[in-house]
Design a protein around this ligand. Structure first.
Ligand SMILES: [Zn+2]
Length: 380
């Protein structure tokens, strides 16, 4: 099934984001638009400076007019990405292809007002470092770990930041004089994977972030699926053990309480293991520490069971795990993968790709920038 696009223009832009460069006839084939419509759309986008033409070398037997491919002009538009967290707030500026032009890190600020002032102050330096003209910055994307009303641009609640009903888009948009959009971490990561990352080729995929808690987001038919009121993807609060540890949501035995980074650190400490992060815990497990091995295996098994349900429900082409905790390739990832593979129907085994990767420090802020890129490009 082809993804739904409002117009031949948005379908053309999406195809070029995915394939980098295409001829007009390839564009017509991929988007399903008529050759005449592609000619018109591409002419229009060339005039706007959003596209450029790349001559392609002709084969030795080539005759007639030299062939030309179209590609997006990366320097046409730039986007700011800000990832607000309780530790620090990284801020990046990316081009249209998601390349990071410059980055800054804002130390933790106690209030939204202080944070906004710090963002405004750092923005000028960020643009200077990136050598990006202010007039080409089309918007700012923001991620917050918490519940976000994306339509209103408000963070309804963030336990990590102790925020309630903060109008994030309005505050930061006004400070930077840019259109602003805010979303939660998990959705932003999925959009980032679709636009700039490993999911360009997938119409149906699941993205899972392994952090202090666990988040997920789903693309279906090329569109982010938010559910009825934005709550889709709350995988961290799936009940794994009804008699388990109390979760911050008030119930017991949620996935977060077994496989979230915060819970694992608490459990490690309770077992007398003093670890800074998951890298240390994995190292202890490899050295034969039974408690470390048990905690990681239980965590991976719980996560794998939850993900196996998702595979049956959504039938994704790919599951992309983004590891922000530093598990690396060890007991946890092995247990997760094995549990998924043992708990899905054989028909899904060969058709569901499972990818793990380590998140780079700028990963979330770059994902935040992708929200602005998506909103800007789909509004053209
Ligand atoms: Zn919970």
């Amino acid at each position: 099934m082809k993804p739904y696009f409002r117009s031949a223009k948005s379908a053309t832009i999406a195809a070029l984001l995915q394939h980098e460069q295409l001829s007009r006839s390839e564009l017509a084939e991929i988007t399903g638009a008529s050759p005449a419509s592609i000619t018109e759309v591409s002419q229009n986008l060339l005039q706007q400076g959003l596209l450029s033409e790349l001559p392609i070398a002709q084969s030795a037997k080539g005759r007639g007019r030299p062939s030309v491919n179209l590609c997006l002009q990366a320097s046409h538009s730039y986007f700011v990405g800000i990832s607000i967290s309780e530790i620090a707030t990284p801020m990046v500026v990316t081009d249209l292809q998601g390349h990071i032009m410059a980055q800054q890190a804002i130390p933790f600020c106690k209030t939204p007002g202080e944070l906004t002032a710090a963002i405004r102050k750092n923005y000028t330096t960020l643009l200077r470092d990136a050598t990006v003209p202010r007039s080409r910055v089309r918007g700012v994307g923001i991620t917050v770990a918490g519940i976000v009303d994306t339509d209103l641009g408000v963070c309804r609640y963030s336990a990590a930041l102790n925020w309630r009903d903060v109008p994030v888009s309005e505050l930061i948009g006004k400070a930077l004089k840019l259109p602003a959009w805010v979303d939660n971490d998990a959705n932003a990561v999925a959009v980032g994977e679709k636009f700039f990352g490993r999911a360009r080729d997938y119409l149906n995929f699941t993205s899972i972030i392994l952090g202090r808690t666990i988040g997920s987001a789903h693309y279906m038919h090329g569109m982010l699926s938010r559910g009825h009121d934005g709550g889709a993807g709350e995988i961290g609060h799936i009940t794994i053990d009804p008699k388990g540890t109390l979760c911050r949501c008030g119930r017991r035995g949620c996935l977060d309480t077994i496989a979230g980074g915060s819970a694992l650190r608490v459990a490690a400490k309770a077992s007398g293991l003093f670890v800074k992060g998951m890298r240390d815990l994995e190292r202890l497990a490899v050295q034969g520490n039974a408690d470390a091995g048990r905690l990681l295996r239980n965590a991976g098994t719980a996560l794998g069971a939850a993900v196996a349900y998702l595979v049956h429900i959504n039938n994704p082409q790919c599951i992309i795990f983004t590891d922000m905790e530093g598990f690396e390739n060890g007991v946890f990832r092995t247990a997760t993968r094995q549990t998924i593979e043992n708990n899905i129907l054989p028909r899904f085994l060969g058709s569901t790709e499972i990818l793990f990767s380590d998140a780079e420090p700028s990963f979330l802020s770059r994902s935040a920038a992708s929200i602005a890129a998506f909103e800007y490009l789909t509004s053209l």
